[in-house]
Design a protein around this ligand. Structure first.
Ligand code: TXA
Ligand code: MG
Length: 361
């Protein structure tokens, strides 16, 4: 597989052509790997019930075998293909959130290779809503295992260009359906506990789940920086740029934010580092005044975390590729998709600044 030419086939994101879908389906059926757009990020797809194809997914990504994959299905009716039993709450959740960016942890069906679930007796399943993902699932008739289509630990891809930059020559095909509309991965929900628990915040907000289920717990994730302090040597950064160091500035008041940015920019520039900023639309004016020459990208308004989520990964990649040594990112709160944005920034960050003095910034 590795060393092959990767074919990139453009498709209409709303109405993909049947011949492209058939070609991709044939590739999957013969054990090949096809990257395709979902509403969240691009997935790196292989036949979930074919152990060799699953093995290839791990190899192409450079992903450790201990990290389980999500299985994609065309509809809730296909669940018996991959799960052993279906808890009652699934029909309610499916009614509200499928197809869509919600992944459920369910009892693993016998036909699902243990390599998919990293040896667990549960399997992660979701029904994506993107028309290209839907059509590929229906035309192939397969359950498709698909992690995000990036190299392990890196930033997830929201365009076919991102996929090719990471996986060119390592996979057979990419269906290029343009930029993905949500931009962060699905919400992973564990429903085996009395109170359902979000294992990874994502495209379905905690508020939306709670409106249907009542209270929902959140598996608290420490920032990778804090994990590193708790257990040095175990730092495993995810969602992180290749080159640049990402610094998250999590100071709620605007005044404090400006002050923190000023300190951090001075500090970084004194050491000769190139600094770029990922900010909100509302920050553009003061940033322009204080740092007219600094590279900056406004990801969206503070009132619109959906737009920020859609632009987040492309923004991180753009700053990295522009040769920035340091990327300063502001925090976007926890409302709606803000929670998923903060989770990804925690995992990507080398440093989190919460108090100006305490961090010596
Ligand atoms: O939006 C998405 O979910 C994208 C698109 C392509 O569908 N996929 C994605 O896959 O983000 P990946 O492999 O990057 O993330 C899978 C997540 C990981 O956090 C993994 O730990 C969790 O799902 N997961 C998978 N199987 C699990 C299981 N049996 N129990 C608990 N967590 C599981
Ligand atoms: Mg991933």
């Amino acid at each position: 597989m590795i060393g092959h030419v990767t074919r990139c086939i453009p498709v209409d994101p709303c109405a993909p052509a049947l011949d492209a879908l058939q070609e991709a389906a044939e590739c999957l059926k013969s054990g090949g790997l096809v990257a395709f757009p979902t509403e969240t990020v691009y997935g790196l797809g292989g036949n979930a019930l074919d152990g060799r194809a699953v093995q290839r997914i791990f190899e192409a990504k450079g992903r450790p075998a201990t990290d389980p994959l999500i299985v994609h299905l065309p509809a809730v009716e296909a669940l018996p293909m991959v799960v052993k039993s279906i808890p009652d709450v699934v029909s309610t959740l499916a009614e509200h959130f499928w197809p869509g960016p919600l992944t459920l942890i369910l009892p693993r069906g016998e036909k699902v290779p243990l390599s998919v679930t990293a040896g667990l007796d549960t399997v992660a399943v979701r029904v994506p809503s993107h028309p290209v993902a839907q059509a590929l699932l229906r035309v192939s008739g397969l359950a498709i295992a698909a992690p995000s289509a990036n190299r392990f630990g890196g930033v997830s891809p929201t365009t076919a260009g991102h996929v090719l930059r990471d996986l060119e020559g390592r996979i057979d095909m990419v269906l290029d359906g343009g930029a993905t509309p949500i931009g962060v991965e699905s919400t992973v929900l564990d429903i085996s506990t009395a109170v359902p628990r979000i294992l990874r915040p994502g495209g379905v907000s905690r508020e939306a789940l709670e409106a249907v289920l009542g209270p929902v717990d959140l598996l608290e994730r420490k920032a990778s920086q804090e994990e590193a302090q708790a257990s040095p040597g175990l730092l495993e950064k995810h969602y992180a740029p290749h080159h640049a160091r990402l610094i998250l500035v999590e100071i709620p008041q605007n005044e404090g934010l400006q002050e923190a940015f000023a300190h951090l920019v001075t500090q970084a520039e004194q050491s000769g580092a190139r600094v770029g900023a990922l900010i909100a639309d509302e920050d553009l004016a003061w940033l322009e005044t204080q740092f007219p020459a600094m590279a900056r990208l406004a990801l969206g308004s503070l009132n619109d975390p959906g737009t920020v989520a859609r632009n987040l990964y492309a923004g991180m990649r753009a700053m990295d590729e522009a040769g920035m040594d340091v990327i300063l990112v502001r925090d976007f709160g926890t409302a709606g998709l803000g929670l998923a944005i903060r989770d990804r920034l925690y995992r990507a960050a080398s440093q989190i600044v919460r108090h100006i003095a305490q961090n010596g910034a």
